[in-house]
Design a binder for this molecule. Structure first.
Ligand code: HEC
Ligand code: HEC
Ligand code: HEC
Ligand code: HEC
Ligand code: HEC
Length: 324
């Protein structure tokens, strides 16, 4: 009995040690590509920058997104699915709504969705040639027309065309894919080229604060909050009507909250006929009455991908404390 017990324990211990050993060797950066995300087509092995950046983008999250699940009846509403996990756009062509793919939907909108054509060649604008795969130089690539394939349904592109950037055929990527000079693939002797960052930053604090100037000051018995859209080619927020932004002032006396004022920026046309989103170039002034006894206020801008989420789950795009 004892020996059997002892043996089995040591076997378990040995097995654990082995598992431990394997873990350690996986965690250790055995090669510079060890912690790269795995993408369809294995692009990460030669395009590590694009792969790392893309993995942090909302395009990578487009299928798995919790709020997408909540609003599409757990990914069963057929009309909702194609743009969130598409077959390669270049097969039908830019401007045509994409087809839903069967395989690896969890990868959302990935490298192959945007770059691959019906012949398995990868499109871009740089005109590079490589033995690794066929490439096609395509002047339409990265234009507003390409992004519009999916982004036009919520009016983003219509607002864009009315904005001061509206005539630039590369307006979306110029704001959302900044240019950096670097080699675009791993390999000896490749020159630095004009590459574009693939994080597709949108509703993040850094982007919001680049696009919207915020200011606030006390005026008599109210706090005046000003928002100025000055580097933004569409409304804030933009997207389906689930996506909302809240401008909030929380009034404090010491640590205690003595009042709260919220203003909703949203496409409410289907609910009450109002569209309160911040338009390109618009200056909005919000007056929040200051409650008795308040000595300070916390001004925040909250972003929700689904308006039904509680405020605690919103992403904070801006926060500042003001003494009154
Ligand atoms: C074995 C390495 C390798 C793999 C794997 C690989 N590429 Fe490339 N790719 C290259 C090289 C090398 C270049 C050219 C670099 C240069 O000349 O600066 C290139 C160029 C490109 C370009 C630029 C086209 C242009 O000229 O504008 C795109 C886009 C591209 N690859 C997409 C992909 C995608 C998408 C995948 C995965 C589905 C992928 N590549 C997989 C090595 C690779
Ligand atoms: C939503 C569409 C989209 C997705 C997804 C996407 N790309 Fe791109 N990619 C672009 C655009 C747009 C450009 C820039 C075109 C231009 O203006 O030159 C680009 C450029 C590139 C280039 C040329 C060098 C550079 O960095 O600009 C490579 C290489 C590339 N992408 C690889 C990838 C890989 C690998 C993935 C997946 C990890 C990926 N792309 C995902 C749209 C996409
Ligand atoms: C295949 C359809 C498709 C194409 C093509 C596409 N997008 Fe997207 N994009 C989406 C979807 C879907 C989301 C939302 C993903 C999510 O959050 O679930 C998104 C999200 C984004 C976001 C982030 C929004 C946020 O909430 O922060 C930006 C920025 C963006 N796209 C820019 C672009 C640009 C620029 C292009 C053109 C180069 C482009 N997209 C092309 C479908 C697409
Ligand atoms: C002049 C710069 C500029 C241009 C042009 C521009 N954007 Fe934006 N975009 C921004 C800024 C800044 C934000 C962040 C503010 C916000 O949260 O809405 C943003 C946010 C977004 C978001 C996230 C919106 C949300 O509320 O969740 C998407 C999606 C997006 N942009 C897509 C596009 C597309 C598609 C185009 C081209 C038709 C485009 N943008 C053109 C600056 C720009
Ligand atoms: C034509 C392409 C397309 C179709 C069809 C589509 N979407 Fe999207 N969806 C997008 C794009 C593009 C964005 C990014 C919009 C933005 O943030 O401005 C997006 C963003 C979203 C978001 C916010 C981001 C997130 O992940 O929470 C939700 C929620 C969403 N879609 C739900 C739906 C639902 C529900 C349907 C069906 C009723 C649907 N979508 C159909 C293209 C599409």
């Amino acid at each position: 009995m004892h020996t059997v017990f002892g043996w089995s324990v040591s076997t378990v211990a040995l097995a654990l040690m082995l598992v431990g050993a394997v873990r350690v060797s996986q965690d250790a950066p055995a090669s510079p590509t060890a912690e790269l995300p795995k993408v369809r087509g294995d692009c990460q092995s030669c395009h590590p920058h694009e792969a790392r950046d893309w993995a942090q983008s909302r395009h990578a999250a487009a299928w798995e997104s919790e709020t997408f699940g909540q609003t599409s009846r757990n990914r069963t509403l057929k009309m909702c699915l194609p743009c969130h996990a598409p077959e390669p756009l270049l097969v039908k062509g830019f401007g045509e709504h994409p087809t839903l793919r069967e395989a690896d939907r969890a990868h959302g909108i990935d490298c192959i969705s945007c770059h691959q054509d019906a012949n398995g060649a990868y499109h871009g604008t740089l005109g590079t040639q490589t033995e690794a795969h066929p490439t096609v130089k395509n002047e339409q690539f990265g234009t507003v027309e390409m992004c519009a394939t999916c982004h036009e349904i919520f009016g983003t592109v219509d607002w864009y065309r009315q904005s001061e950037w509206g005539k630039d055929p590369h307006g979306c990527v110029n704001c959302h894919m900044p240019v950096v000079e670097r080699p675009i693939a791993t390999g000896d002797g490749l020159p630095a080229r004009k590459a574009r960052v693939h994080r597709f930053e949108g509703a993040t604090p850094a982007m919001f604060q680049k696009g919207v100037k915020m200011s606030h000051e006390r005026r008599d018995d109210y706090l005046q909050i000003k928002l100025e859209s000055f580097e933004l080619g569409h409304t804030v927020p933009t997207g389906p009507e689930y996506v909302v932004v809240i401008v909030e002032a929380r009034f404090l006396q010491g640590d205690a909250e003595v009042g709260k004022h919220q203003t909703l920026l949203a496409d409410n046309v289907a609910i009450d006929g109002n569209d309160t989103r911040l338009k390109p170039g618009e200056r909005r002034v919000i007056r929040a009455p200051i409650p008795q006894g308040a000595t300070a206020a916390v001004v925040r801008v909250l972003h929700k991908r689904n308006r039904d989420l509680p405020d605690e789950q919103a992403r904070v795009l801006y926060e500042a404390k003001v003494s009154l």
